[in-house]
Design a protein around this ligand. Structure first.
Ligand code: GRF
Length: 222
């Protein structure tokens, strides 16, 4: 794939991770491009960021669909129309059902602002995550990029980064420190995917060295 992978980003909110991904594509740290951004929230800032970057920005308001299935069918159709190789959830606040997840198995990633499997799952998003971390008296937190399977926040972990909890942290100060890590970690995970270096083996994701992968490829082509 000389021009790199085709990435879709699904975002319901601010879109700072979307921005980090688009910037990393523009700087060629990710060999690929964001070809479409979809939001389920009218007015999401992420849509504005996409348009500003010249990326097609599509609103699919889930409230306008009679069922979850019809909404997800339209979403899948949209992603197929853009021939996407990878779907990145970045602050996407809709759980995706099994039929959708199966269609894109091994090709959907999510980022979560905690060290999964801690502080994840249904209703754990935004500042609630950091409130829970602080109430539990944790000394560290961080973020996780993982493949999406049928369990919310439960798919195989790709990369994690740690952020220290400080004595005087509020949910918002901790969240801001973790966000800096997110903006570094998500592009890195996508970079590894684009280079074909992520191997899903059950619950684990192996990261293959670039050199090893090349030698495997040349063995195969002989
Ligand atoms: C991030 O904290 C991400 O981990 C979580 O939702 C937030 C999205 O922020 N899934 P943004 O919209 O990318 O700014």
């Amino acid at each position: 794939m000389p021009e790199g992978i085709r990435i879709a980003v699904l975002a319901s909110g601010e879109g700072t991770n979307l921005q980090a991904i688009m910037d990393s594509c523009a700087g060629r740290e990710i060999p690929g491009e964001v070809v479409v951004v979809v939001s389920n929230k009218p007015g999401a800032h992420a849509l504005w960021r996409a348009r500003r970057a010249g990326v097609p920005a599509i609103l699919l308001d889930h409230r306008e669909f009679p069922t979850r299935e019809t909404f997800e069918a339209r979403l899948a159709e949209t992603l197929r129309a853009y021939s996407v190789d990878l779907v990145c959830l970045a602050g996407w606040l809709r759980i995706l059902g099994p039929a959708f997840v199966r269609q894109f198995a091994g090709r959907i990633m999510n980022i979560h602002p905690s060290l999964l499997p801690l502080f994840g799952g249904r209703r754990m998003y935004g500042e609630r995550v950091h409130e829970a971390v602080l109430s539990a008296g944790m000394k560290i937190s961080g973020c996780t990029v993982h493949f999406v399977d049928e369990t919310p926040d439960g798919g195989p972990i790709i990369l994690q980064a740690v952020a220290r909890v400080q004595e005087d942290d509020t949910p918002s100060s901790l969240g801001a420190r973790i966000a800096e890590e997110e903006h570094r970690l998500y592009p890195l995970a996508i970079h590894l995917f684009a280079e074909g270096r992520l191997l899903i083996e059950g619950r684990k994701v192996g990261i293959v060295e670039a050199r090893k992968r090349e030698s495997v490829a040349s063995e195969v082509s002989r």
